[in-house]
Write a protein of this length. Structure first.
Length: 401
């Protein structure tokens, strides 16, 4: 008899949301191992409470979609109400399948799902698997810079319910360390990184560059969500300085959503620094978008290390393009990129190190310009070009860059 799994997440494709994209992939992986999976998530389209299961390997995947409107993340009260209602609706839609399931897996997105599903499981007594994407309420505490009385109490309650979860799946070592720090036994933790949500077929053509991005030494791309967990100040200051210093600067392409994406655009336009802003492309076009860039930008604020792992890092690595990370070396972003990208194609700078980032941008500019010349000129034209420094701290004086 086949085992049954209920898998609960937030936004399912085609709605934008990295958690749902990975959940679709993971659900199919469970099905390939012989499980009958009921995947329950949110949609801005009509609700679908019953669907024909898709056969995958020796198992199957049934998708249940629950209609919800989007919300403004900047408004705390409306975000809280939306979260509570969404969690209740998801569990109501999943309840019938949960009663007959052997295991229930939830992603923690929407936030605070743990506080709804763990008490319910006291009565259902199913094997409960928590696949942590982002830590809540730790992310909210990191966003506010303090816990306070209410958030402190919520955090202690969160610890209580986490200790009653049967198994955890985490994205990396930094998240595993966070769980161990609060007393979760190592044998209950499984490191299961997200794969790249896209594939790069041989010979795949990149998206054509918009006219606004032509004429520079190359293109820096930030794609995805740019929200509270991501640093923006360091890049704003550094790119503004770099742009005024360079005769042929790298152009910046912003293909992102989120409050900080809007702020980055406003800041650059107010400073007279060119920026090209585009809407998010469909998932099937993402590989071509990533191939169109010369350099991918990833950022993460220090308080969020171990609580958030930017999922875009996997696709950026798979693209084979250069990566610039603004964040801590304690983050798994650094671990993954330093292992997955050639030595000369990756650089990390600490949050707030504007001078170091300006130097890195100049070094990337020269390396990219040189690479382009090689296609039409002899390789020896590149002799004397400074290499991009090793990941971590610069190993050369700033003036040498």
């Amino acid at each position: 008899m086949k085992k049954r799994l209920v898998y609960i997440c937030d936004w399912l494709p085609p709605d934008f949301g990295a958690v749902g994209q990975y959940a679709m992939m993971d659900a199919r992986a469970w099905a390939s191992d012989g499980w009958m999976v009921s995947l329950v998530g949110l949609t801005t389209g009509p609700s679908i409470y019953s669907s024909q299961p898709e056969l995958v390997g020796t198992g199957s995947v049934e998708v249940i979609r629950v209609h919800r409107r989007t919300y403004q993340k900047q408004r705390f009260l409306s975000r809280l109400v939306w979260t509570v209602v969404s969690n209740i609706l998801l569990l109501a839609a999943a309840f019938r399948a949960m009663r007959g399931a052997d295991a229930v897996l939830f992603t923690g997105s929407p936030p605070l799902m743990l506080h709804f599903i763990a008490p319910l499981n006291v009565f259902l007594r199913k094997r409960l698997i928590y696949r942590i994407m982002d830590f809540h309420p730790e992310c909210l505490i990191a966003e506010r810079g303090r816990s306070g009385l209410l958030l402190g109490a919520l955090l202690r309650l969160t610890y209580f319910w986490r200790r009653r979860v049967d198994a955890f799946e985490v994205l990396g070592l930094d998240q595993a360390r966070r769980l161990k720090d609060i007393g979760i036994e190592e044998e209950r933790i499984r490191i299961k990184p997200n794969p790249s949500p896209v594939t790069f077929a041989p010979g795949l053509a990149p998206l054509p560059l918009p006219d606004e991005l032509r004429g520079g030494s190359g293109v820096i791309l930030y794609s995805g969500n740019w929200g509270v967990a991501h640093d923006d100040n360091t890049f704003i200051q550094a790119y503004s300085e770099y742009y005024t210093q360079s005769n042929c600067p790298l152009r910046f392409w912003l293909n992102a959503t989120g409050g900080k994406a809007d702020r980055v655009e406003r800041e650059f336009r107010s400073r007279g620094v060119p920026i090209y802003r585009s809407s998010l492309v469909p998932l099937e076009e993402l590989p071509r978008l990533l191939l169109a860039a010369d350099l991918h930008l990833v950022t993460l604020r220090d308080p969020f290390v171990g609580y958030v792992v930017p999922s875009k890092i996997h696709a950026c690595i798979e693209s084979g393009k250069r990566i610039l990370f603004i964040g801590s070396q304690e983050s798994d972003v650094h671990l993954l990129a330093s292992r997955g990208v050639p030595f000369s194609g990756y650089y990390r700078v600490d949050v707030g190190d504007v001078e170091g980032l300006v130097g890195a941008l100049h070094a990337f500019e020269r390396a990219i310009a040189c690479e382009r010349e090689v296609h039409v000129l002899r390789v020896d034209r590149c002799v004397g070009v400074d290499p991009i420094p090793a990941t971590g701290s610069f190993t050369v004086e700033h003036g040498q860059l």
